[in-house]
Design a protein around this ligand. Structure first.
Ligand code: GLA
Length: 394
């Protein structure tokens, strides 16, 4: 009897190191594009689409970047090349080269494509807002330009680009709609067309034009800070509710989610998804998408020039990402969320290296500057890998 107990003890002790090293045999410093690295889109296949913002200049087939994004993502968006200032720089001029290449790339991979963005106050051509007779464009001129743009662009990719960010960043950081003081002329020029007492009309028109151009596309109203700013979330929610009740064809809310390592809380973010997804009471097909996720290692008000990317910081970022994606899974299981897109694919290509402090090094994504998988990546594959991945850092 004693011998059997001793034998069992010895066997248990022999197994112990295995239990500790759950990630035995994994090269935690593998390149994201390496065959041995698990693919994000497989890991989340039952939950939501995982996407990344890309630029066509990086999409040469066989490049490391191409291999990275082709392996991990099943949704894509162009970072800048489908914005109106690039597509429609002058009256009657439409430049579709990069957008066509992007759509062909996405179709080759069988991915879901997002069109970003149709109506925004930034990266729009200045001529849209100028009147033919001088001064500002008239309401009629601006509406005609908006209609022509949306019909032409959405019509061109009908049935191929499945999701459009129809209107981007329409809401103010102070109150109500963004207006001239925050760089937008849309609401002040177009105003209240139907006399119902609000200026949501330019948004309503944009969605109607897009719906006419492609009735099957999912049409998104996209904005930032919804995950952390309760006042903005409430105003955004009320506006969407008002428009859905009028029958405006809004198919979902886009939460950009340019967030930080310490803010906002996952519970505030989860609340935002739940609240917006509750609009399904009015529009049964309504859904939330996370459209531009990145997690800066700097706090919002931290304007310092650099921050050392220590193993402790990598661990914090990994836990933050793991918490977020566990929450996204919960929300997807409820039918509230169907897509999570990161703004860029690896740290070297993130806009945060230039914003809000030019030239500083941020590390907000899942793959590092050499495209190696970070502890934040491994934490999404299996949370129990985080410590080992941190220990294995070069
Ligand atoms: C916003 C826009 C994006 C992009 C990012 C930062 O969130 O929607 O198109 O410009 O800012 O790069």
């Amino acid at each position: 009897m004693k011998r059997i107990a001793l034998l069992a003890l010895i066997m248990l002790l022999a197994l112990f190191p295995l239990a500790l090293a759950a990630g035995e045999g994994i090269d935690f410093n593998a390149y994201g594009y390496a065959d041995e690295t698990p693919a994000l889109r497989d890991v989340f296949a039952d939950d939501f689409k995982v996407g990344a913002a890309v630029n066509t200049v990086n999409l040469a087939p066989d490049s490391e970047f191409y291999r990275l994004v082709a392996k991990h993502y099943n949704a894509f968006v162009l970072e800048n090349e489908m914005k109106p200032e690039n597509v429609n720089p002058a009256p009657g001029v439409f430049l579709f080269g990069p957008a066509d290449r992007f759509v062909a790339f996405g179709e080759e991979l069988g991915a879901t494509l997002r069109g970003h963005t149709l109506v925004w106050h930034s990266q729009v051509p200045a001529w849209w807002f100028k009147g033919e007779g001088g001064g500002d464009a008239t309401r009629e001129e601006l509406l005609a330009r908006m209609e022509e743009y949306i019909q032409t662009v959405v019509g061109r990719y009908k049935g191929r680009v499945a999701v459009w960010d129809v209107v981007n960043e329409a809401f103010s950081d102070q109150s109500g709609l963004r207006r001239d003081a925050e760089g937008s002329k849309w609401a002040s020029i177009i105003g209240d067309l139907d006399g119902d007492g609000n200026d949501l009309d330019y948004i309503e028109r944009a969605f109607s034009f897009a719906h006419e151009a492609d009735p099957d596309a999912r049409l998104i109203l996209n904005d930032y800070s919804l995950e952390g700013d309760a006042r903005k979330l409430d105003e955004f929610y009320e506006a969407v509710r008002t428009m859905l009740e009028k029958g405006v064809p809004i198919g979902g809310a886009g939460i950009q989610a340019h967030i930080q390592i310490g803010y906002p809380s996952v519970s505030a973010f989860e609340h935002a998804i739940e609240k917006l997804a509750s609009l399904r009471e009015i529009a049964p097909d309504f859904v939330v998408q996370v459209t531009e996720l990145d997690v800066s290692i700097f706090d919002w008000n931290d304007k310092s020039a650099e921050k050392p990317i220590t193993p402790e910081l990598q661990k914090r970022l990994a836990e933050r990402y793991a918490d977020l994606f566990e929450m996204f899974r919960r929300q997807a299981a409820k039918g509230n969320l169907d897509m999570v897109v990161t703004w860029g694919a690896y740290d070297g290509s993130s806009w945060l290296n230039g914003y809000p402090v030019a030239g500083r090094t941020d590390a907000p994504l899942l793959f590092d500057r050499q495209m190696r998988a970070k502890p934040a990546f491994w934490g999404l594959i299996d949370r129990s890998y985080i410590d080992e991945a941190v220990d294995a850092l070069p």
